[in-house]
Ligand binder design. Structure first.
Ligand code: AMP
Ligand code: GLY
Length: 425
């Protein structure tokens, strides 16, 4: 079948890399893609947010399955627009994508269907929000309700810090419309993990566990990023806990979404906080995690196209997915300055030496090819992905490959996987 992947980051490179191995894929396109994706797919210069352009392209090229990577096109209704033209798509409708598009919608769903999460209030009135903070005390978490590119969450250590965040969001509109409504919630401590399930409207198929590192610098210090690295499996998610997460979080959400009249289809990504063997939901995303997707695709041993196609068609009950016993790790290399401002256009050399390390695939996140050179074109630029017998071996191989890469303007964390490795030591 002819397949179109939408997006151009490391997650989409991982998806294209896996899809390209499937005998079910005859022609693979990616919009807009990047220099690494161009090695496994035909990249087309259409933005992920150009819904009409993508629908036209899919019609003109007889695309039979569209796989949407990032959340923005989903919230804009890309899947609805494709399905209206009779084109099959993997991903939720705009109504179902509100699970990520609106934290207020998500929290109300949790409350209505008894899904474990942090206690919360939602506010459009500044004075009421301030009163709630004063009543609850600190530490407390302030979140812009709308999409804010992962930056709209303030973990406030004091009441003054929380009130200042409310002032920024609600009065100064520092996140634009996303901050018109805020969610204020209880601060949860514990260990975070990412849990993914494929969903076809009614059936959910869990994927293997993963953990990412959101902080920019070693020791989980520094500003939050989209993710500086990830690994799988995540030892904190035991088999028993995974079953409980399916029963108390994932299935009730899917049943609740169906009951609300917006059945969920695509991949459901729960960000969890785990403490004393119990999970609470921090958030839902309506897409694969980036960089978690890179380690999931590295470990997948069955056909990804078969699974995503079955999710799009409501036939997940016919699918079994299989995984390698090996562990996987991805180390993100980012441009110096990320997640703040950074330069684009520096040259990256010696990628072939990194790719030659046993078990390693260098996935591209923000690159472009120009005159035979690979240039950095984003904040997160590469995802050096490695398999090993355990997380420690995957880590050793990933850093061996990182050390082959000649890119003075880039940096990476040196401690990806420390939690899993310490636990197993
Ligand atoms: P979110 O976008 O809602 O997942 O929040 C981003 C990050 O903020 C999460 O990955 C957590 O590290 C942290 N966070 C969010 N909500 C809470 C909470 N209620 N308690 C503690 N940390 C949180
Ligand atoms: N790595 C976390 C995310 O994709 O949101």
């Amino acid at each position: 079948m002819n397949i179109l992947v939408v997006g151009g980051g490391g997650r989409e490179h991982a998806l294209c890399w896996a899809i390209n191995k499937s005998p079910k894929c005859s022609k693979l396109f990616c919009a807009p893609g990047n220099a690494g994706i161009a090695e496994v797919a035909d990249c087309v210069n259409i933005s992920g947010e150009d819904v009409a352009g993508l629908v036209n392209f899919a019609k003109e090229h007889a695309i039979e399955l569209v796989i949407v990577g990032p959340e923005a096109p989903l919230v804009l209704g890309l899947v609805d627009a494709l399905e209206a033209e009779g084109i099959k798509a993997f991903g939720p409708s705009a109504a179902a994508a509100e699970l990520e598009g609106s934290k207020a919608f998500m929290k109300d769903l949790f409350a209505k269907y008894n899904i474990p999460t942090a206690a919360y209030g939602r506010f459009t009135d500044y004075d009421q929000a301030v009163a709630y903070v004063q009543e609850q005390g600190a530490p407390i978490v302030v979140k812009a309700s709308g999409l804010a590119a992962g930056k709209g969450v303030i973990l406030a250590a004091s009441e003054a810090e929380a009130v200042d965040a409310l002032d920024q969001m609600m009065n100064n509109k520092s996140f634009g419309d996303a901050g018109e409504e805020v969610v204020i919630e209880e601060f949860l401590d514990g260990e975070e993990a990412s849990f993914f399930a494929l969903v076809d409207g009614k059936t959910a198929l869990p994927l293997i566990s993963a953990q990412d590192h959101k902080a920019a610098y070693d020791g989980d210090k520094g500003p939050n990023t989209g993710g500086m690295g990830a690994y799988s499996p995540a030892p904190v998610v035991t088999d028993a806990l995974a079953q409980e997460i399916m029963a108390t979080i994932i299935q009730p959400t899917i049943d609740g979404m169906a009951a609300e009249g917006c059945p969920y289809k695509g991949v459901l990504f729960a960000g969890l906080m785990i403490k004393d063997g119990k999970a609470k939901t921090l958030e839902f995303n309506v897409r694969f995690g980036d960089p978690e997707c890179q380690v999931l695709m590295a470990r997948l041993s069955s056909d990804i196209v078969e699974a995503l196609d079955a999710a799009a068609m409501g036939k997940l009950d016919e699918i079994e997915m299989t995984w390698l016993d090996d562990a996987a790790m991805v180390v993100v290399m980012a441009a110096e300055g990320y997640p703040g401002s950074y330069e684009k256009g520096s040259e990256i050399k010696n990628l072939s030496a990194a790719n030659a390390v046993d078990g390693v695939t260098v996935l591209h996140a923000g690159t472009k090819a120009e005159d035979g050179k690979i240039l950095a074109s984003g904040g997160r630029v590469l995802g050096v992905t490695a398999l090993g017998r355990d997380v420690a071996e995957a880590q050793a191989k990933a850093y061996q490959a990182v050390d082959c890469i000649d890119w003075p303007q880039g940096f990476c964390r040196r401690d990806i996987g420390w939690r899993a490795i310490n636990r197993n030591a």
